[in-house]
Design a protein around this ligand. Sequence first.
Ligand SMILES: [Zn+2]
Length: 443
Amino acid sequence: MYDATSTTPARPLVTAPDLTSFARVDVLGLEVVAQQVWPDRAVLFCELAAIDDRCPACGIPGQPHDRVRRRFTHLPVGRRATWLHVMVPRFRCAECGRLWRHPLTTVARPRSKLTRAADWWALCQVVLDHAPISGVAAVLGVSWDTANTAVSEVGTRVLIEHPGRLDGVEVIGVDEHAWRHTRKGDKYVTVIIDLTPIRDGTGPARLLDLVEGRSKKAFKTWLDAQDEDFRAHVQIVAMDGFTGFKTAAAEAVPEATAVMDPFHVVALAGDKLNQTRQRVQRDLTGSRGRRDDPLYRARRTLRTGRALLTDKQKTRLEALWAIDDLAAVEVTWCVYQDLIDAYRHPEPALGKKLLATVIDRIKTGVPAGLDELAQLGRTLQQRRADILAFFDHPGSSNGPTEAINGRLEHLRGIALGFRNLINYRLRSLLEAGGFRPLIHSLS
Ligand SMILES: [Zn+2]
């Protein structure tokens, strides 16, 4: 890569311009012998730079038979496609009678219409610039299938199957999302993320894998499929409230600490607050929420962290809490706010104590009429150790998982959805697998 601060010596100035090196066909083992430029494409006529005429069967030199022309799509110039017309010699063996064509393994993958340089260009467009396959195909002047096959094959072999890809993973996050909506219902995937760079402050989180379904089995099967060394290095598994993930981690990586993510704990409490509000609202007004109902109108204010409330919002809440009939909402709201305060505490050790106090307050003996809160208390008590473990490992938040889910949602948008899970997994990994440094080191 060109680097303005580089100390690399200046390159020689070639006064006889040379298309072979300029168009990067030298690395394919070709030489340009002629060119033809059309408005929509340029054609470079090429010959093999070195000929190997030995018979694949007997190893003796063959007799030249004829030449065939093969066309490849090469690197575009701007948005104009470049074609290579390569003259490929055929030989006949005088010994065994075999007829063969000179191999083009340096030029392209077997049966591919794209040169290896075009493969790499397409992959970089997708991974580095988040280009859709359709855009890459349009610039290259090839079909969507051709571009997709190149990106998939090369991306899988060079990036996804890179032997060092899972090295150094110590903190993983597990989550799920719906990747496809069908008439029969939503289809889910379990998402496994590397949160180690977040904890260490060395970079963004990266997607490690996507597996079909959201179940204990999905996560456990994936963990079991990794090598012993990988499992031995996992120290923390950050997760949501789904107990299946917890059991899978306990069985497959028993030494690792399970951490229930703050985002999900707060979301859980927020859901209970909503349910309480809706129930009280129904009891009082007999309806699900009218626009002029003060409780309904305060639904967003109720979910805002206490520290972030404006004066107007504070006044609105004070007016609500003056109504006796809303006591259940107020009590649940206080617990919700106490949870947020505990997580926001600048001292993790004190935050942990605060949160433990909140759980103790509601784990049992919640008064009648606060069913949602009682349910929340039981859930938090069940996952108490995992919830409090967050404060001992504050870098293990699953928050970045949400960011990756957002990027995959965008990917589903530009790809106009995916119907095939294999393709979805592959494109998701290329999109969010953190391959930028690897690509730069290989380019
Ligand atoms: Zn032979």
